[in-house]
Design a protein around this ligand. Structure first.
Ligand SMILES: [Zn+2]
Length: 443
């Protein structure tokens, strides 16, 4: 039988089943999907293929799923460090965005972010930003998978004037991409403190009708909770629950402030948590109680958040941060072992995005979204435990090859769909604009 591509690898960690490590195996790909996985010798004898990649010091994993971010903010990297969330947002980011954000900013910023994500092994990302149609264009040009969490706010921005217009644009976006292979859509009400009850209720109904996820920043800081209690007497999660949003569709981003009964309620309703440990640490927002969430069976995906609060889009360092942070917070070294951290960065993110039947693990029938990591470097020798290495010792510069839906988008470290030199030049142009704006703001 003829297949389109065979990737032979020293090791494969398919993620499902948990903790499995295959040695000297190969993956056969046909029609953009994983057609077979087996010992290299048996794949050799069973399948004919003219396109064969042999990776002798490598480990194959499912393409990483960055479940939360704001890709175009890559252009604002380093523009607002070492301040807490409220000040970061109100005094730095919103004024900068007010001056700089337009269609070109979004397309070029997203393209830069996508280049960084591909080079660090990500094949799918969820994005909440203005002009999501530009993020879609950038993603399609790069051949990477994206879920657009179309933003909804109460107040006017460059993207829309009021909640109704944001929602109309979100449903239009869903119509435009409903048959897309790589682009899916979701609703992205920014946060409980920027979206009022009526639009939230409307989104809850629409999400059900259209079968879409909802992404919302939720319980990010202690101040968010105390402000909410002061203004309407309820904690934000309770308000969302009363508005009918707490369900399997809901993706609660951050969730650093959770009481025991709230954790139970999230578990009961099957809502997801999108954990962004590095952004939470950098903004000193708090610690998501991941060990407790995992114990309750809650699905926890992983995201980098935007590069203005991380400040990179590296899911390998995010996995390591998630594993280490969980141990410190729970005071238990057993919390979030390597296999669980890897699940958060792959299958759990896929589940939160409603894409788990297509991506998130290397299984027959799923899309050929595959990342290869080269372990032939001093920091990862000897390879006593490939699964452990993925989380605890390798760095993203060791990502060598990436396929998304069967198309190779990174070939031995080189981007195949994007022009890195051009992206670097564009970044320099934006650097001038951002630095000018920052000095203007200071003056
Ligand atoms: Zn965010």
């Amino acid at each position: 039988m003829e297949v389109d591509l065979v990737i032979k690898s020293k090791w494969i960690v398919p993620v499902v089943p948990r903790e499995q490590v295959l040695t000297d195996h190969a993956i056969a790909i046909k029609d953009k999907k994983i057609f077979a996985i087996g010992p290299t010798e048996s794949i050799n004898t069973q399948y004919q293929c003219t396109n064969i990649t042999s990776l002798n010091n490598h480990i194959l994993i499912p393409g990483l799923v960055n479940a939360h971010g704001h890709a175009p903010m890559a252009l604002l990297r380093g523009s607002a460090d070492d301040i807490p969330l409220k000040e970061w947002l109100e005094e730095k980011i919103w004024p900068l965005e007010g001056k700089l954000v337009d269609r070109q900013f979004v397309f070029e910023g997203a393209t830069q972010a996508i280049a960084e994500m591909i080079r660090s092994g990500t094949t799918c990302f969820a994005d909440m930003y203005f002009f999501p149609d530009e993020v879609a264009k950038a993603s399609l040009a790069a051949h990477i998978r994206v879920q657009l969490a179309s933003p909804v706010l109460d107040f006017p921005t460059v993207w829309a004037q009021d909640a109704d217009e944001y929602i109309n644009k979100a449903t239009q976006l869903h119509d435009d991409y409903r048959d897309s292979e790589l682009v899916s859509t979701a609703f992205g009400p920014h946060a409980p403190y920027t979206v009022s009850d009526a639009p939230l209720q409307k989104l809850s109904v629409l999400a059900e009708e259209l079968d879409l996820p909802i992404h919302i920043h939720l319980h990010e800081t202690a101040q968010e909770i105390s402000d909410a209690i002061a203004s309407d007497g309820r904690r934000p999660l309770q308000r969302l629950q009363e508005l009918g949003l707490l369900s399997t569709r809901l993706n609660c981003i951050h969730a650093t402030q959770l009481q025991e009964k709230e954790i139970e309620s999230i578990a009961e309703h099957g809502a997801n948590i999108l954990h962004c440990p590095e952004s939470n640490m950098k903004l000193a927002s708090g610690f998501c109680p991941v060990a407790k969430l995992v114990k309750q069976g809650i699905n926890v995906g992983l995201g980098t958040d935007g590069a203005a609060s991380n400040n990179d889009l590296d899911m390998f360092s995010e996995m390591r941060s998630a594993a280490l942070m969980a141990k410190v917070v729970s005071e238990d070294a057993r919390s979030v072992p390597a296999a669980i951290a890897l699940e958060m960065a792959t299958i759990n993110g896929a589940k939160a995005l409603g894409l788990e039947s297509d991506i998130g693990s290397l299984e027959i029938g799923k899309a050929a979204d595959i990342t290869a990591i080269n372990l032939d470097s001093i920091n990862s020798q000897p390879v006593n435990n490939p699964l452990s290495h993925l989380v605890y010792c390798i760095n993203s510069a060791q990502v060598s090859d990436v396929w998304c839906s069967g198309v190779q988008i990174l070939d031995n470290g080189a981007l195949t769909t994007l022009n890195l030199d051009k992206i670097m030049q564009t970044a320099e142009t934006w650097q001038t604009k951002v630095v000018n704006q920052l000095s203007h703001n200071h003056g």
